[in-house]
Every structure is written in C-alpha cells, then in structure tokens.
Ligand binder design. Structure first.
Ligand code: NAG
Ligand code: NAG
Ligand code: NAG
Ligand code: NAG
Ligand code: NAG
Length: 543
C-alpha cells in the first residue's frame, strides 16, 4: 500500500542467528533474563515474573525501522514466550511470540527474537503470552520514536513516561490458571496497579510550566479503565501509532490492550496531584487506585477528593471513542502525503462477522468466536504450515459469520487472501465489554454503535479520518466495524484481550495467504527457531 519494498539483504547477526532483516537500519541489542521474584504490589507477597530483576519489565526504546535483537533467557521452571502487541512483524509471523506461531522457550533455555519495527511509530507493550503468565508480570512498554527528519505534530515533551495500568489479582498465575483449567470463571480482581504499584505507589516527576508525554497502556486482565489527573487536562496525541486530532479530555477510557499517548502540562500551583485509574462498567463494585504527579518544587502532598470519573456510562465512552480521530495532516512513520491513506475510497471484497459468546463445554467454562473455542494443537500452526505438516489445523475451521450454534472446541484458522481489503464486524451480544486485538496489523475503526450490525450500519461509517490502531473495544450489546488491508502474509492471532476469555478459547488465527514463495512476501523460518511438537528434529536451513 504505502511502502517501498526495501532491498532485502541476507544478514548474519551471529554465527548462530541467521535472519533476513533491514540490514541498513540500526540495530539495538537486548539481553533479558526472565526469573521469578517476590513482588508486593498490593501489600502481600507474590511470585512475580521479572525481566532483568524488574517488575514491570524494562521499556524498549526504538526508532522507526530499527532492528531489535532480543535474547530472552527463560529462567522460570516452565515454558515461556513473549509477544509484542502492536509490533507488526512484517512478513515475519514466526517472531510473533504466541503459541500459534512460535515454539515456547523451554525452561533454562534462551531464544533470540529478531524484530524490525518497520514503518511504525507510537506506543505499544510486550507481554508473556503463555498460560496465565500475564497475571504475574513480564510485561513492559515499547515506544517507537519518529526518525529525526519526520515531523511530529507537537513540540518535544520535557519528559516521556510509560504508564502501564491494569487490574490485578493477589492470587498467583498458577492459581488463576488452575481455576480456569478447572472450568471456573475468575473472581473480580483485587486491585489496579500503575507501573506495578498499588495506591500511592507510583509517582511521576514534573517541573512547573513544562509539558510531558504519558504513554498509557492497559496491560490488565479483565477491565476497561478510566484514567485521569487531578486538576490537569490531557491532550490526546497518539493511539497505537496514529497521531490523533489533539483533543483535550479530563479523563480517558483505556480499554484492555490499548495504548494512548497524552500531553500533560504542569500548569497548576506547585504541589502533588492524584493520578487515578478506576474500573469501568463494573459498578456497584469499582476498583480505584492512585499514583502521584509530583512537581519538582512541590509545596505538599496530594490532597482533596480524588477526581471523579465515569463508572457505568456506556454512551460517555462511545462518544469519546468516536471523537478519537486521525489528524490527516500529521505525519506518521513517513511524511505526508504518504501518511494519509484513503481507505474510504477502496471497496472491500469480503465481510467477516465475528460474534463472541460464553458457555460451557463438557461442564467447563469456555469462550468462543463464531461458536468455536480455540484449542492449541501440539505444533504451532505457522511452523506446521512451513514444514507442510498436515493434520495440525484446517483452514475454514471457523466460519465467516456467527453460526448461532452452541460452543465447540477446535483449532480455529481462517484463511484470507494476501492484498485483499476486508471489513470485519465484531458483534458483541453479551452484556460485557469486549476488546479485540489483531496481531500483524493495524486497522481503521470505521464504526461502532449499539444493537445488531446490518448492512445499513455502513451508512454511519467514518470513511475519512477513522483512527488506525490494533486493538478495539466493542461495547455491550453493540458492534464495532473495521477495515483492513491484508498486506502482511503470515499466521496472525486475533484474540480477546479479556485474558480469561482468551485463555479459554476466545481467539483464532488469520492465515493471510499467497501462493508466492518470494522473500518479498514472507521471510523463511528464522535459523534459530525452536522446533517443537511434530516439527521437532526438522531443519531450519532453507528448504
Ligand atoms: C538469570 O538470573 C538468575 C537469578 O538471578 C541467575 O541464577 C541466572 O544465572 C541468570 N541467567 C542469565 C542467563 O543471566
Ligand atoms: C542463546 O544465547 C546465546 C548467547 O548467550 C546465543 O549465542 C544463542 O544464539 C542464543 N540462542 C538462541 C536460540 O537464540
Ligand atoms: C500460588 O498460590 C498458592 C496458594 O493459593 C500456593 O499454594 C502456591 O505455592 C503458590 N505458588 C507459587 C509458585 O507461588
Ligand atoms: C494536526 O497536525 C498538524 C501538524 O501536521 C498540527 O499543526 C495541527 O495542530 C494538528 N491538528 C489537530 C487538530 O490536532
Ligand atoms: C467500488 O464499487 C463501486 C460499485 O460497485 C464501483 O462503482 C466503483 O468503481 C468501485 N471503486 C473502486 C475503486 O474499485
């Protein structure tokens, strides 16, 4: 669509790691040791997943097109994988770090991810994708800055903070997983963390008169959160890689898996102020936590009532979501006019409607998409596909439309044509709020509204300046429609970000397929790929 295909170069990173990446672009190397360690986010001791001793894990700072070489040592006593939400892994779903694409790193072993943040800017995060590890930590922020000569539509902030917010359980991940494996739902979470700390734990230092960027991501398990700062306004500037119209909000809903950047000016009398995150759509129970915005010349600690925010109001959230639009004159990863893409002028060639549902299978709680509750096969589908190992999955194992039937288990893989331009409608007939994430892609969120989607719903689509992101909410008993250009060959996870739902089957894979075997369309399996299941013992040398 809007990219020149860079010259492809074979690059030898080390004798052992052999990959094809943008060899002209800069490299950043990371060595990560993943361990268990004690953490006390809600005052009780818990076994957390640490990266280089840190909870949350270290931020990844990068610039558009950088190559990130991340050597992950798994020092846990069980298999482990990290996935990179929002990093598009162009032509390279092998590096995506979910079970459908990448074999787990065995305990005591390491694996070097080779990623390129090709044609991307913005705020994202990484997280552990297996089991219920995400409930123990192992997540951290990813920021991709614009290249020096590409204009950013606001002045350089005086500081740039990662703000990871999310609900949290005092129970450890093995306990939570055991409850789900036993066929039960999870209880209501115990609290909310901001950067791994409970109420009053995290603080952000500012100097009076200066403006700061906050990159707020909801890395939680179950709840949409509302974020606000006492006496301060927030100017939204970016969501998941798109520069937005710079609208000012007094509070912002951040749904599961989403990231938003706001600018905050320290324009108040010099003291400390409360930062608040509270759960949405959970009343009468509302979880609330605080952090502190601390002025350098602060005259005193934060005081007064916490700033209020919405709790159950759906319309408030829907209206805010509709106000979040792309700034069509701002540059993205490339300068305008390449940055703005006239998605509204392109005819879609396929409509896929995905309905989420919950129910029991064999007396156990499961969650489904178009009635299929995903079960992982013994071999990652992408790897089975590469080695042409049959019997691991069937394309067409999930239908393009809701079936209305009961939930059943399968390894759901949907096939789609490379370079098609498609419409996906997420229909949520449940009374919970849903959040869907697509790996490998960003998409245009063209519409959302209450009730059942019908073809007439297209009349209310935003075909001009819809936001281009990788995670979208679907309100209770509502629909959300997206447009996407299938310009990235691979096996891509589409999942609920409600983590118990994801774990119990509310996910599937989109196999974006071409018969071409050109390296311009897809890279071969990485030389260092771990092989497991029915691919054990195969060779990653070119076939
Ligand atoms: C990872 O950390 C553990 C615990 O500190 C240590 O025993 C181990 O040697 C470390 N591994 C690597 C590869 O640094
Ligand atoms: C494991 O780490 C070593 C360096 O300590 C590196 O040489 C090797 O390539 C890594 N293995 C994989 C599979 O990435
Ligand atoms: C997890 O919590 C349970 C108690 O609920 C405890 O028995 C178990 O040892 C904990 N596991 C770890 C690894 O901390
Ligand atoms: C859009 O971006 C331009 C920079 O290209 C900036 O000057 C303008 O203020 C932005 N408009 C809004 C409404 O955010
Ligand atoms: C889209 O479809 C309409 C109606 O079928 C047709 O008139 C129009 O030319 C198509 N546009 C493109 C860009 O193909």
């Amino acid at each position: 669509m809007r990219r020149n295909l860079a010259a492809l170069v074979l690059f030898c990173a080390t004798a052992a790691v052999f990959a094809i990446v943008g060899a002209d672009d800069p490299y950043r190397f990371f060595n990560w040791n993943v361990t268990y360690g004690d953490i006390y986010p809600l005052g009780v001791r818990q076994q957390g997943i640490l990266i280089n001793g840190q909870f949350p894990g270290p931020d990844i700072h990068s610039v558009t097109n950088d190559n990130l070489i991340i050597n992950v040592f798994n020092s846990l006593d069980e298999p482990f994988l990290i996935s990179w939400a929002g990093i598009q892994q162009r032509r390279n779903s092998f590096e995506d770090g979910v079970f459908g694409t990448t074999c787990p790193i065995p305990p005591g072993k390491n694996f070097t991810y080779i990623l390129q943040v090709k044609d991307q800017i913005g705020s994202f995060y990484y997280f552990p994708s297996l089991g219920f590890h995400k409930a123990a930590g192992g997540f951290g922020g990813i920021r991709i800055l614009s290249r020096p000569r590409i204009p950013v539509p606001f002045p350089d902030p005086a500081g740039d903070y990662t703000v990871l917010i999310g609900d949290w359980y005092k129970a450890n991940h093995t306990d939570l997983k055991a409850q789900l494996d036993g066929g039960h739902k999870l209880p209501f979470p115990d609290g909310i963390l901001i950067n791994g700390r409970g109420s009053g734990g995290a603080s952000f230092n500012v100097e009076q008169g200066k403006t700061y960027r906050l990159r707020i991501c909801n890395v939680g398990l179950q709840n949409s959160l509302n974020f606000r700062i006492q006496n301060h306004k927030m100017q939204l500037v970016e969501v998941e890689g798109t520069h937005t119209l710079q609208t000012t909000y007094s509070s912002l809903d951040v749904h599961l898996g989403q990231c938003s950047s706001v600018l905050v000016t320290a324009d108040q009398p010099a003291k400390d102020y409360y930062i608040v995150a509270s759960s949405r759509f959970t009343a009468p129970q509302v979880l609330t936590t605080t952090a502190v915005l601390r002025y350098s010349n602060s005259a005193g600690s934060a005081s007064g009532p916490l700033p209020g925010g919405p709790t159950i109001q759906v319309d408030w959230s829907l209206n805010q979501a509709r106000s979040i639009r792309t700034n069509l004159t701002a540059s993205g990863p490339r300068p305008n006019p390449q940055g703005s893409y006239h998605y509204g002028m392109i005819n879609t060639t396929r409509t896929i409607r995905i309905a989420n549902s919950a129910g029991q299978v064999n007396g156990k709680q499961r969650y489904a998409a178009n009635s299929v509750s995903f079960v992982a096969p013994d071999t990652p589908m992408k790897i089975a596909d590469y080695f042409k190992i049959s019997g691991v999955f069937r394309v067409g194992s999930i239908s393009d439309n809701p079936t209305g039937g009961g939930i059943y288990l399968d390894t759901s893989v949907m096939q789609a044509d490379y370079r098609a331009f498609i419409e996906i409608v997420f229909q949520n007939d449940e009374d919970i709020i849903q959040s869907w994430h697509l790996d490998g892609y960003a998409f245009f969120v063209v519409g959302m509204d209450g009730g059942q989607w019908t073809p007439a719903s297209r009349n209310e689509y935003n075909l001009r300046d819809a936001v281009f992101r990788c995670t979208t909410q679907v309100y209770p008993n509502s629909w959300t429609a997206i447009y996407m250009a299938l310009d990235n060959v691979g096996m891509w996870n589409i999942r609920s970000e409600h983590w118990a739902r994801q774990y119990l089957g509310q996910q599937f894979y989109l196999r974006v397929y071409t018969a071409s075997t050109s390296l311009r369309d897809e890279y071969p399996i990485p030389k260092n790929a771990i092989l497991c299941g029915r691919a054990s013992g195969r060779s990653t040398r070119p076939l």
